[in-house]
Design a protein around this ligand. Sequence first.
Ligand code: 5AD
Ligand code: SF4
Length: 435
Amino acid sequence: MKKPKIAFKTLGCRLNQYETDALVSSFVNAGYELVDYDGDADAYVINTCTITNSGDKKSRQELHRTLRKHPDAVIVATGCMATHYQKQLKESNNYTYVVDNDHKTGIFDLLEGHFAGEVMEVEKLDTDRFSYTAANHGFHTRSMIKIQDGCDNFCSYCIVPFVRGRAVSRKPQDILGNIRQVLDFGYKEIVITGVNIGRYQYENTNFEDLIEQILEIEGDFRIRISSIEPEGYGERLFQMFRHPKLMPHIHMCLQSGSDRILKAMNRNYNRSKFTEMVHKLREIVPGINLTTDIIVGFPSEDEEAFNESLTAARDLAFSHIHTFKYSNRSGTRASKMKEQVHGTEMNRRSEEIRKVSEHNKRHYRTSFIGKTERILVEKIENGYASGYGEHYFPIRFPATDKTRVNEFYEVRIADLEVGDDPVAIAHLSRTDEKH
Ligand code: 5AD
Ligand code: SF4
């Protein structure tokens, strides 16, 4: 019998993308036909996000749009927004299945059963957060590897601990096995993913131990660390960035430059500790690409506190800042705090940080002019090959007949494009012209 057609939509973070990629692989390996989300499918899986109100809104719009467009299809609402509003979504009776994060990995069994005519119960599905198939059919050139899930930090603004649950770490042997598998599939770049990866702890293995073990795997591939909190590691990790396989980019979340606000956020470091880490990091890995998240408009953030974030953004010279406008998530401690900041003021603050970010980004990328980067080609289009170098900013160079996707090339950066996310314009280095 011909297998059904299936389509996926992902909102939100890298972890969600990883989980979608892994689900896609299970379905494709079992013979399902993967179709474009805007095409006609028998089943649609929407992996939602609830990190901010805007995540909720986008998720809800996507669910409604899919329902309107495909009233007869099987619709599976999953992910953080679906977990957060599970009760309402179930009661609405609009969706064939509402699958919370705990049971997400069971979506393959759920639909297999469904299309075989069985009556399926979400509550009976697998609850192992790490039993996803190794992704071999994702939407990405890089393969994400999930090392942990959940978070115990309870930052006062954050809904994640409520929808992703307590912190759990995956067995090191399983992580190493998963990486070897995706390398066998041909992936050359691995992104270490989770909710709070610096807190990775499996028996005696901590985050630094794990990265060390990963770096021992043989082959021509590279490792990236995704978003991380400034805790659970130190100089030992910084030293590992000197390893040719560990890419010199770290997205280390600051959230605020004000000690008073950091305390109210329940972050367990202050500005000076964070600054010290950055100095140490840059001393050990000069030129590292340091990026961050900053929240503007946290309750009681006044002009003085905001200015501290602004000066931190400048002084620490982050080469990119993901600016979030504080979003009130019901159930969190911050939602009950007085002195909420007005929306228009929040817009102004966010714009100020964005300007610093844009300035720093151009400055950082300009410093690479005349230097060499090793780029992993992701796309060849209109005569240009594009992808990312070690330092994780976009690069393009004129492709030749021999240029291939998913291959490494040494290029020399000559210039930068205009715009707020300027692509570096490069040429193949002499040594690589043989390609
Ligand atoms: N409002 C705004 N930003 C938030 N983040 C998490 N919760 C909120 C919230 N309630 C941001 C943080 C975090 C990123 C993933 O999302 O900056 O690092
Ligand atoms: Fe949320 Fe804080 Fe945990 Fe990050 S560390 S997921 S911001 S609670």
